[in-house]
Design a protein around this ligand. Structure first.
Ligand code: ZN
Length: 448
């Protein structure tokens, strides 16, 4: 049996976290200017860049494909857009920020009065320097988003509005990457949305952390298989679930990765089940981190966990983020820019995901093969496994705990909580006891 890399420490030793933080940040910087949406070339260009890091597969699903109660929308692409005043000056210019266009706007080219123009402008009076991010996916419309200062200064004039965009039959594009572990058919789903234009925390930070997590996991030995999805929000997860309905029972655990670059503390949103193993593992890792954190119950509002946790699937998928969407003023505005995320925060988020995966990988349940009174450890050479005095005491105590609690009903994580012993030492103790024939792993036959 290949030894399980069960400690967050050893898992991370192989990564230079400072350098990886910088790499994630430069990936974000590269992706930032691309105008993404739920379909179109912005998504394809983004996935092509990610393919330089991980060999993800690109899927194209045709417009009109029925996916449960929805259908894949028409594909949207945009070349240019602006609003010109009568002097020919561009007062709003897509080339300066792709947030200026209402995402999914239909093409328009005509002259309008100030009053008519204002009916198509979106603005944020509370933060007058920021451009809002707005979409109109399922309602054909055109519009521009501007900072309030520009909006206020528009004079009574005739304006030329121009949006060079296409909305026609095409495809919905998403990326998928599978890292195969030893236990085939037991998967951990990591899902991130890829549909936002120039916005960093939501969602380029999730893309960056998921990509580098995928790259790292593809280089190490793993128990579970890890399926990474890079999908447009909502319609992407609905499409994936619809196309993969027969295979979802492979998903044993899952996390939605988003909002991972800001300086706020971690937030974990639990699965709909509320007591899934992933809920326990993330809670434990956050407790051990000695950092501030918050655990929120599941709610049917948020990111793609809404679809994974819909009652017809009820998959054990939670959402591990930093500051929750909507709880930071920069959310869905031009202020969610390159200065709002940092290499250090991204690195800390990646570390947190690695810690979670380390505990998931290491967590297992045993049955004590010698349950009637304590077995003789010395006779089996188990005291020789014990090194220095301090470490020796800890390992001995850990062995006693593992032996006592291993009745097939307590995982190593349950034992760590009850005994207050370190998880990695319990894992080491369990490995020795298993080698000595005192423990046997109890594999659940069905998905927990
Ligand atoms: Zn968003």
């Amino acid at each position: 049996m290949i030894p399980v890399d069960h400690t967050g420490g050893s898992m991370k030793k192989k990564i230079d976290m400072v350098a990886t933080g910088e790499e994630m940040y430069s990936l974000i910087r590269r992706l930032y200017p691309i105008c993404r949406s739920i379909t179109g070339n912005g998504v394809r260009d983004t996935l092509q860049i990610l393919r330089e890091k991980v060999t993800l597969q690109m899927h194209e699903v045709p417009t009109g494909t029925k996916v449960f109660d929805w259908s894949v929308p028409k594909e949207w692409n945009i070349q240019d857009a602006y609003v010109k005043n009568s002097q020919g000056e561009k007062v709003i210019n897509f080339k300066e920020s792709n947030l200026h266009v209402l995402n999914y706007s239909i093409a328009v080219s005509r002259k309008v009065s100030l009053e008519e123009l204002r009916g198509h402008l979106f603005t944020l009076p509370e933060t007058p320097d920021w451009i809002p991010y707005r979409t109109s996916y399922y309602n054909e419309n055109w519009g521009f988003c501007v900072n309030y200062n520009t909006y206020r200064d528009l004079t009574d004039d005739t304006y030329e509005v121009y949006i060079d965009a296409t909305l026609e039959d095409g495809h919905l594009t998403y990326g998928e990457f599978l890292v195969e572990g030893r236990e085939k058919g037991h998967e951990v789903l990591i899902s991130t949305h890829i549909c936002h234009p120039s916005l960093c925390n939501d969602n380029l930070s999730g893309i960056a952390v998921a990509t580098f997590l995928a790259r790292h996991l593809s280089r190490i030995s793993l128990k579970y298989s890890y399926r990474f999805l890079f999908i447009p929000g909502t319609i992407g997860s609905i499409t994936w679930l619809s196309l993969n309905e027969k295979n979802v029972d492979r998903i044993w655990h899952g996390l939605v990765a988003t909002c991972l670059g800001d300086s706020g503390s971690f937030t974990y949103k639990k699965t709909r089940q509320g007591d899934a193993e992933i809920d326990d593992v993330v809670a434990y890792v956050l407790e051990q981190s000695e950092k501030d954190y918050r655990i929120a119950d599941f709610a049917p509002y948020g990111y793609d966990e809404r679809q994974y946790c819909s009652p017809g699937f009820d998959l054990p998928v939670g959402c591990l983020m930093r500051t929750t969407h909507g709880e930071y003023p920069q959310y869905h505005t031009s202020a969610d820019d390159l200065s709002f995320v940092s290499p250090e925060n991204l690195a800390e988020s990646l570390s947190m995901y690695l810690e979670v995966i380390a505990v998931l990988e290491g967590n297992r349940t045993y049955i004590n093969m010698n349950p009637k009174c304590e077995p003789q450890l010395g006779m089996r050479g188990l005291y020789q496994k014990i090194g220095g005095a301090e470490q020796g005491k800890k390992l001995q105590l850990a062995m006693l705990w593992v032996l006592n609690m291993s009745d097939g009903n307590h995982s190593l994580l349950d034992i760590a909580r009850r005994s207050k012993q370190q998880f990695d030492i319990l894992c080491e103790a369990a490995n020795h006891l298993e080698e000595a024939g005192l423990l046997k792993q109890s594999f659940p036959q069905v998905q927990p």
